[in-house]
Write a new protein. Structure first.
Length: 309
């Protein structure tokens, strides 16, 4: 492919000049001649040398191919050739072909923009001893990688994973800190009690077995612990929301502040623990509440009536 691309460019821009230059022997200062070596090499661009201008050795009538690992932006290769020293650039998805009309007396800058946003600048110059037939450009950028480059995306993914690991590792600590903050908000002279007692209540509805097991009271909050068993043999159950109502002469909604489930989706024939947290309502004798659990995107809802707090 590279050979075909180079030949196509040579035939298009300067066939006679390219053929003659292939065997050209530049003159030395003393009038003798020496043969210019054509070479293929790899050029690595990393964080240490990205600010420098890597050299590309070109010669009159000789095609130099630059190959890139990352696709080029459409029209991404550009030379400010004010003196008309270069034949028109030929660019494909990952290749740029350079053919000077004659040897360069002064360096020319070449800018190449890649599809991921990376911008590279090279220095084109002519030397007497050699010319680059092909240069394979290898990018090894980390700190200076373009935002959409593979290296930048990999670094971002590593950072997100580290944050997730830290979040998971600190989840228990975060819970402790939350309880500590609740203590700070309390009146130090007011009596406080921690209470745990069994709650009796359960029902089988919509192929679900739901049982209330324990109620915890702490710092004005009630934590109702339940077990939920999915008895549907073919369909998982996903909790959408919970509603708590205070029963009495009239029904009063109690705001649910948190719902914690062991599983994101409850598979068939599996049981899980579920905790519903809400502000403890004003205490009255034989106070009872109803708890409703609603399925997400489904109709398997459960209502437990007459739960004594």
């Amino acid at each position: 492919m590279l050979r075909s691309l180079a030949l196509a460019v040579l035939v298009t821009v300067a066939p006679a000049a390219a053929l003659a230059a292939g065997n050209a022997k530049p003159a030395r200062a003393d009038g003798a001649s020496m043969k210019r070596e054509l070479r293929r090499r790899s050029l690595s661009i990393n964080d240490r040398n990205v600010s420098s201008l890597p050299e590309i050795h070109v010669a009159g009538g000789i095609a130099t191919i630059l190959s890139f690992q990352v696709p080029l932006r459409d029209g991404g290769a550009f030379i400010a050739d004010v003196n008309g020293l270069m034949n028109p650039l030929s660019q494909s998805e990952r290749f740029v072909v350079l053919v000077p009309k004659k040897d360069l007396r002064a360096p020319l800058p070449l800018n190449v923009s890649l599809a991921d946003g990376t911008v590279l600048t090279f220095k084109l110059l002519t030397v007497a001893t050699d010319a680059d037939a092909q240069v394979d450009v290898v990018l090894d950028l980390q700190k200076h990688a373009a935002p959409d480059s593979a290296a930048a995306l990999k670094a971002s993914l590593i950072s997100v994973r580290a944050q997730l690991d830290e979040c998971q590792a600190g989840s228990a600590t975060a819970g402790v800190a939350k309880i500590a903050s609740l203590f700070i908000q309390q009146n130090l002279d007011a009596p406080h009690a921690f209470e745990r007692h069994a709650v009796r209540g359960g029902d089988k509805q919509s192929r679900l077995l739901v049982e209330a097991r324990w109620a915890y009271r702490l710092l004005g909050m009630t934590y109702l612990v339940l077990t939920v068993e999915n008895r549907d043999p073919s369909k998982s159950w996903v909790l959408d929301r919970a509603e708590v109502k205070l029963r009495g002469s009239s029904s009063v909604d109690v705001k649910v502040l948190s719902i914690q489930a062991e599983l994101a989706a409850l598979p068939p024939d599996v049981a899980e623990k579920l905790v519903v947290a809400f502000a403890t309502p004003p205490q009255t004798a034989r106070q009872k509440v109803s708890l409703s659990l609603f399925e997400r995107d489904g109709s398997r809802h459960v209502v437990l009536e007459g739960l004594e707090l």
